[in-house]
Design a protein around this ligand. Structure first.
Ligand code: ATP
Length: 375
């Protein structure tokens, strides 16, 4: 067996079962493991209880069970400046941001990675469901987690070769139920802990209420494409393209089908609504993206075919990517078949089979010559 004892791995421990098992597996493989809990958000609730305190207690319990040192580090300022400000700015611009993509890029694999390196780490590890494979030339490739249901490469698509070269994802070859079994067999304190859901700083809180604490909600008209006013919306930021819930309009009309948010007009604060899940305005043929980024260095292909995902829980479909001639951070992504509810602000992520090639942020969607969503 190789001697890993001189290789220091700093594990991001959230107090959840995934990162607990990550630390356990690395310790069993003989690495010099250090656990670190990041406090990124002051989430003291109205009763003065902070869930981070509870989570850190779980980190302490698990670290003691495994026999590794553990610490906590505070990145509240970095998180606020680099993730939360972006999150608010995107909503202000009428888009639907993806804070997890930004958190991985700026916090977990930048602020945290830099901090770990200062502690003498060779690698950082997290409980993400993804794999990193290093080829014979020392190049790191990010592959999907083998658990299709849990694969998190979508959120990791903005990582660079530099970041990946210092990263381990020990759970990538496991199914989630196997991870729970390992935790139970080892008797880890977090073995039965519930998975966290939703955006981490919002948690179980009411999304609308949360957002209204930071951004003024400006009600406006809900209007059909023909200009008929169907009612009032509570504020454009509360609606995502393709969404049905919360519109509060019954069927009616010629088809009697339910209503969906099919577009936003920021200048007039108007939500465009249309009837039917398959409303034609919800379908796009291509999109424009910015912040195009590849997990490999020196990507040179200007036009290529691959598959792409436009939201987290979605099967990828065939696309052609054309990088802009004068700006390699921009691209047009043309779909093999029309795609429903392309959402500006979300990530578009490219795959070649199992490998995540990178991706970008969705700016605009089109149906043929027609610009979708009016923004
Ligand atoms: N507060 C934190 N401190 C340190 N590492 C963290 C923290 N939050 C998340 N991570 C790391 O990022 C990984 C993925 O985060 P995500 O929020 O998707 O966790 P998860 O799937 O709920 O995992 P877990 O069961 O470990 O909480 C975690 O497994 C952990 O390694």
């Amino acid at each position: 067996m190789t001697d890993n004892s001189k290789i220091r791995v700093v594990v991001g421990m959230s107090g959840g079962v995934d990162s607990s098992v990550t630390a356990l597996l690395l310790k069993e493989q003989g690495y010099d493991v250090v656990g670190i809990f990041m406090k990124n958000w002051d989430d003291t609730d109205e009763n003065g209880v902070c869930t981070a305190t509870e989570d850190y207690k779980d980190v302490a319990k698990v670290a003691n069970q495994i026999g590794i040192p553990y610490y906590s580090v505070n990145f509240e300022k970095e998180y606020w400046d680099r993730v939360f400000e972006y999150f608010l700015a995107e909503y202000r611009a009428g888009r639907t941001p993806n804070p997890d993509v930004m958190c991985n890029k700026e916090i977990k694999f930048k602020a945290f990675l830099d901090y770990a390196m200062e502690l003498g780490a060779d690698y950082v590890a997290t409980g993400h469901y993804a794999r990193v494979v290093r080829d014979e030339n020392g190049v790191s490739h990010m592959l999907r987690g083998v658990d299709n249901n849990k694969d998190q490469t979508y959120f990791l698509s903005q990582l660079s070769q530099e970041q990946l070269s210092k990263t381990m994802f020990p759970l990538g070859h496991l199914q989630k139920p196997e991870v729970r079994e390992i935790a139970e067999r080892a008797g880890l304190a977090t073995a039965k802990k519930k998975d966290s859901t939703g955006v981490c700083f919002i948690g179980e809180k009411n999304f609308k209420e949360f957002l209204s604490n930071y951004l003024p909600a400006t009600p406006g008209n809900m209007v059909t494409e023909d200009g008929e006013i169907k009612g009032q919306h509570a504020g454009l930021m509360y609606y995502t393209i393709g969404q049905r819930q919360g519109l509060g309009i019954g069927g009616g009309g010629a088809s009697n089908e339910p209503w969906f948010a099919i577009g936003k007009e920021l200048a007039t604060n108007t939500l465009i609504v249309g009837q039917g899940f398959h409303h034609p305005t919800l379908y796009s043929t291509h999109l424009d993206a910015s912040e195009i980024h590849f997990t490999q260095d020196n990507w040179s292909e200007k036009e290529f075919k691959c598959t792409a995902k436009f939201r987290y829980r979605q099967q990828d479909i065939g696309v052609t990517v054309k990088i802009a001639e004068n700006d390699a951070t921009k691209a047009r992504v043309i779909f093999d078949e029309p795609v429903r509810a392309i959402t500006p602000g979300q990530a578009v992520v490219f795959y070649d089979g199992e490998e995540c090639l990178g991706g970008g942020m969705i700016d605009l969607a089109y149906n043929g010559d027609k610009l979708q969503q009016y923004i």
